[in-house]
Design a protein around this ligand. Structure first.
Ligand SMILES: Cc1cc2nc3c(=O)[nH]c(=O)nc-3n(C[C@H](O)[C@H](O)[C@H](O)COP(=O)(O)OP(=O)(O)OC[C@H]3O[C@@H](n4cnc5c(N)ncnc54)[C@H](O)[C@@H]3O)c2cc1C
Length: 573
């Protein structure tokens, strides 16, 4: 079972090849002051010391009785690979070899019944369990907090990786929660279907993880977020198994499956889900340009008003657009001349300031006639916003490279840089003011005396009523206190998000990293409701402690500067 490297993203073979991107280092130097000579090696993971397992030999044998002896791991490598997710904070500590607490064992159940047995055993023994899908979360969702005294068993769902049923007439499929994106799409594509959920982490994240975090994929404009696709769930909880009926809609009180969606493993373990699937359709992606971010936002909103929603729409601000250009392999011959001619035309005839120009990727995966109709209308509407059609080449090139971008963070971190993301959702009326506030605040945080720092942003995951704003920020790392630097910048971003009335997160979930702000998002009664839910499904606190329900001494409330438990954002239980 191949897993990602401990200290970075994905697999080493796909690391960014800078020799093919001649503009990358000059850009990195100008914006955040990095050079290729600043290489910062990370520690050899094999040398990282882990705390001794707190499970006795007898407990390990009992775990073997729950899931099969071959599916219990206590070796250094497996424990290490299940310590962290993939946030900047995780990778920073991984690169420095800092692990305070590790799972005491990792188990790989192969059936729902084994998960039930495991939870019953954990409840009886006072053991804590952490569900683990692909480990790609960026909020501290799978980390074992050093404040937990009890033994911790991480439960990898990766053996639940089969499609269990496909009901073609209803357009629903029942799928194992541990299926990785490519496994799931392969199984469906072979039968002419797709789930149509493609987060940037698609290659390494799982169905169960998507559901547990309320994930969003790039086709959410047409397909919705993952919660819009869940028709039914099977969940093992310490209080028993919950099966929600796979029916299109029900008027039977609050929707129980939606209480489980986004519960981050704190209420139980999702073992399978019945999901709405769609037939595979023709696909086309195009790249548009706009003279300003405001013009692009206006265009995006108008498309929705006119009922012309595409499958994917993603508008980058000017800095992200410039970064995108840097990541394009150099064009040659005619294509190079065509690009230069187009830029000259935009500047001279259309009045574009190329430093302010913003790119939009628009994609349709629709029946051919509907695709043609929507494309025609989208192209016609460009005129109203002084937009420019860069053609299908630009859009399809973005589509082909989209899973390569996450590797760039390793390059930045490997050369003394800090970079991370923060995202939220706002109503259309608040898009520009919220963008301005967060963008300005982040710029102040990342600027250095010799360079301005990087604050990219894109608008994506659009709805009739609003949209997700997704910021990426980068700066040279403060090598004296890299974690403190990150917490300061991320903390500022979160303060700005919450004080703007925007969502705590649109799709990255809460984990540990967003926990200090949860009270502001849901209010005191909301927090009480979460606590009551936890008491119902998991009265002894077996599942993923410290998530969803802030604990007085949980990892992030203890460590986040100025955000100790008991502040107004995290009321005491
Ligand atoms: C480079 C990169 C790009 C990303 N792009 C996107 C994106 O485009 N869209 C997006 O939404 N997110 C994105 N993410 C975040 C992350 O991929 C998502 O949160 C994803 O849904 C996590 O899935 P996972 O299988 O890796 O879950 P994990 O990280 O293993 O777990 C996440 C949480 O879910 C719980 N959990 C996992 N499986 C189960 C289960 N079966 N039952 C109960 N609880 C469970 C865990 O305990 C944890 O709390 C990205 C992350 C990275 C690093």
């Amino acid at each position: 079972m191949q897993m990602m490297t401990f200290t970075g993203w994905g697999v080493p073979e796909k690391a960014t090849d800078t020799s093919r991107l001649p503009k990358l280092w000059p850009f990195a130097h100008r914006v955040i002051g990095l050079t290729p000579e600043m290489a910062r090696p990370c520690v050899d993971p094999a040398t990282i010391r882990l705390p001794e397992s707190r499970l006795s030999a007898a407990s390990i044998r009992e775990l073997g009785a729950c899931v099969g002896v071959d599916h219990v791991a206590v070796d250094h490598g497996t424990r290490l690979l299940h310590c962290y997710g993939k946030s900047y904070r995780d990778l920073l500590r991984a690169r420095l070899g800092q692990v305070e607490r590790a799972p005491d064992a990792v188990v790989f159940p192969g059936t729902h019944a084994e998960v039930e047995r495991l939870l019953a055993w954990a409840g009886a023994q006072g053991v804590r369990v952490i569900p683990f899908g692909g480990g790609t979360n960026i909020v501290g969702g799978v980390e074992a907090s050093p404040t937990i005294a009890e033994p911790i068993v991480t439960v990898s769902l990766r053996r639940l990786n089969q499609m269990l049923a496909l009901d073609e007439a209803s357009g629903v499929a029942t799928l194992g929660a541990g299926m990785l994106g490519p496994e799931l799409e392969d199984a469906l594509n072979r039968r002419g279907f797709t789930l149509g959920h493609f987060p940037d982490s698609f290659e390494f994240s799982t169905l169960g993880g998507w559901i547990a975090t309320r994930s969003a994929g790039m086709q959410s404009d047409a397909r919705g977020k993952i919660e819009d696709m869940v028709v039914g769930l099977t969940v093992a909880t310490p209080s028993g198994t919950l099966v929600t009926r796979a029916v299109p809609r029900a008027a039977a009180g609050p929707d129980l499956k939606q209480l489980i969606v986004g519960s981050e493993g704190a209420l139980g373990i999702i073992t399978s889900a019945t999901m709405r699937v769609a037939r595979l359709r023709p696909r086309e992606y195009r790249g548009f340009l706009f003279p300003t971010f405001e013009a692009g936002v206006g265009y995006a909103r108008r498309i929705w008003e006119l009922g012309l929603a595409p499958t994917t729409m993603r508008l980058s601000n000017a800095q992200e657009t410039q970064f995108g250009m840097v990541l394009k392999p150099p064009s040659k011959g005619l294509s190079h001349l065509a690009t230069r001619a187009a830029m000259a035309y935009l500047r001279r005839v259309r009045g574009y300031d190329l430093d302010q120009t913003c790119v939009m990727i628009l994609g349709w995966e629709l029946p051919a006639d509907e695709l043609a109709r929507k494309r025609r209308a989208a192209l016609r509407l460009l005129r109203e916003f002084n937009g420019f059609d860069g053609g299908a080449g630009a859009g399809n090139a973005w589509y082909a490279r989209k899973y390569d971008y996450p590797y760039l963070r390793d390059l930045v971190m490997g050369h003394g840089g800090m970079c991370d993301v923060t995202e939220t959702a706002v109503l259309w009326k608040d898009v520009l003011p919220t963008y301005d506030r967060i963008h300005r605040g982040l710029r102040e945080e990342v600027q250095a005396p010799d360079c301005a720092g990087y604050v990219g942003c894109h608008l994506s995951h659009m709805y009739a009523e609003g949209v997700c704003l997704y910021f990426t920020f980068g700066a040279r790392q403060d090598e004296r206190d890299p974690l403190g630097q990150y917490l300061r910048v991320k903390g500022r971003a979160m303060d700005l998000v919450l004080s703007s009335g925007a969502a705590l997160s649109h799709h990255h979930s809460i984990g540990y990293e967003h926990l200090p702000w949860l009270g502001q998002h849901v209010g005191p009664l909301g927090l009480k409701a979460f606590r009551d839910l936890k008491r119902t499904f998991d009265p002894a606190g077996v599942c993923n402690p410290g998530r969803l329900v802030p604990e007085p001494d949980s990892l992030m409330t203890r460590r986040w500067p100025g955000r100790a438990a008991g502040t107004d954002s995290v009321p005491q239980p």
